[in-house]
Design a protein around this ligand. Structure first.
Ligand SMILES: NC(=O)C1=CN([C@@H]2O[C@H](COP(=O)(O)OP(=O)(O)OC[C@H]3O[C@@H](n4cnc5c(N)ncnc54)[C@H](O)[C@@H]3O)[C@@H](O)[C@H]2O)C=CC1
Ligand SMILES: O=P(O)(O)OC[C@H]1O[C@](O)(CO)[C@@H](O)[C@@H]1O
Length: 386
């Protein structure tokens, strides 16, 4: 079995590639970073360090790699021969890789190969669905009809914390032991891919929302509030009771939403929240707030992990106090290396918090959430000025 995986970064090597290889796939990574591609090709294996109570290591072997910019034909041929295609490139990059995936699919349609599934493993709702739309834009009307029949784009939820790597080996990757990978069975064409550790479900929404609105919401609130209070890493920030209280409060709020919306057992969801908080505290990880808070324009979008649940709670008549505190904290995420953070600061300087929320999250200036966030922003400012 052969798999093509776009994005040989942290989660690509540290989870998706490793899991595919463990399941018997020969993994071909596709990336734009030449040194990474060359190292994967030359060494054809790498190590994943599992940083838990009892550290262990896994060797991932028999991998190869192509450069999507300089070797597009080879990538298309690899897709034509693949049994599975996966991505972990970042939501904003899906559009950029769509034409390359379309080229591979055109070859498959011509050669009448078996059905293919393409799974976007990005932190977002309906990532594969979006990728399908972007791929279809590169196909003729006839090819689009065939695509609908022969290529599945099942949505997925992927959960494992893989921080920025600080080791000297370019390929080695340190990860937490926990993982969860859930795929929407209803979106699959042909045989269900035999990937170890994947849970196939008929309704992905409860799983992806539970993950996005707990792990990712809690993490984002921790990163933004932690940054204001001067912390460099999630592990430092969550030790501060002021941060922990806001994070827990935000997860109580999203928890109330999730329990009501998806009929989760309250006690089980409470235990899930505690497990997620324990993951944030993992003393063996060093996860910079700069990574977890990265791309604040995306994280503040109307449908993402902060504003998304906050708006749904307001619709249910619940005031998302802690989420609003976290959203307000995001406006202090001044990170010169992060282009979205730089842009957010520019928008904030020009339009203020209410104007920025209108631009970034499509919130009317007089909305309840905007008023709440503006109030919380002022409180943060008073605290900082102190
Ligand atoms: N790191 C984590 O713990 C998790 C990350 N994710 C999601 O996975 C995605 C990737 O995240 P990370 O691995 O952390 O980021 P990363 O930055 O470590 O990896 C992304 C990789 O994509 C490559 N890339 C960029 N443009 C490309 C292109 N045009 N063609 C091929 N490759 C390209 C980059 O060179 C990089 O190696 C994001 O959507 C993230 O939300 C999901 C779950 C966990
Ligand atoms: O990858 P994103 O969406 O920028 O957000 C970072 C988040 O993704 C993860 O890396 C994996 O879910 C979390 O550690 C963190 O909450």
């Amino acid at each position: 079995m052969q798999a093509v995986h776009f994005g040989a970064g942290n989660i690509g090597r540290g989870f998706i590639g490793a899991q595919l290889s463990r399941s018997g796939y020969q993994v071909c990574f596709v990336d734009v970073q030449a040194p990474l591609v060359e190292a994967l090709r030359e060494r054809d294996s790498y190590t994943v360090q599992l940083l838990g109570e009892e550290p262990s290591a896994v060797r991932v072997s028999g991998v190869t790699a192509f450069n999507s910019q300089t070797e597009p034909e080879r990538v298309a041929e690899a897709i034509a021969a693949a049994d599975l295609v996966t991505t972990a490139v970042g939501p904003h990059v899906l559009k950029a890789i769509a034409s390359l995936i379309a080229e591979g699919i055109k070859l498959r349609l011509k050669r009448k190969t078996p059905p293919l599934n393409v799974v976007a493993c990005e932190n977002m709702l309906q990532g594969s669905t979006l990728l399908k739309k972007e791929v279809a834009a590169h196909l003729s009307a006839t090819e689009q009809a065939e695509l609908a029949d022969r290529v599945g784009f099942p949505d997925a939820a992927v959960d494992r914390i893989v921080p920025v790597q600080s080791g000297t080996d370019l390929l080695e990757v340190a990860v937490e032991p926990f993982y969860e990978w859930v795929i929407d069975r209803t979106g699959i064409k042909g045989e269900v891919p035999p990937v170890k550790g994947v849970t196939y479900v008929d309704d992905l929404t409860p799983y992806i929302e539970r993950k996005l609105y707990t792990v990712n919401t809690g993490h984002a609130v921790c990163a933004y509030t932690g940054r204001i209070l001067g912390y460099e890493t999630i592990q430092q920030a969550i030790k501060d009771s002021r941060v922990a209280e806001i994070v827990s409060g935000a997860l109580e709020e999203t928890g109330a939403l999730l329990v009501a919306k998806h009929d989760f057992d309250k006690g089980e969801h409470q235990a899930y929240i505690q497990r997620m908080l324990d993951r944030f505290r993992n003393p063996h990880l060093t996860d910079p707030v700069a990574r977890v808070g990265r791309s604040p324009l995306r994280k503040l979008k109307r449908t993402d992990r902060l504003v998304g649940p906050a708006l749904q709670l307001i619709e249910e008549g619940i005031t998302p106090e802690h989420l609003a505190t976290g959203i307000a904290a995001a406006f202090f995420f001044d990170e010169p290396e992060d282009p979205e953070a730089v842009e957010l600061q520019q928008i904030l300087d020009r339009d203020g918090v209410a104007g920025a929320l209108q631009i970034v999250a499509d919130l009317p200036r007089d909305s309840q959430l905007t008023r709440l966030v503006v109030q919380r922003y002022q409180r943060w400012q008073e605290k900082i000025e102190g």
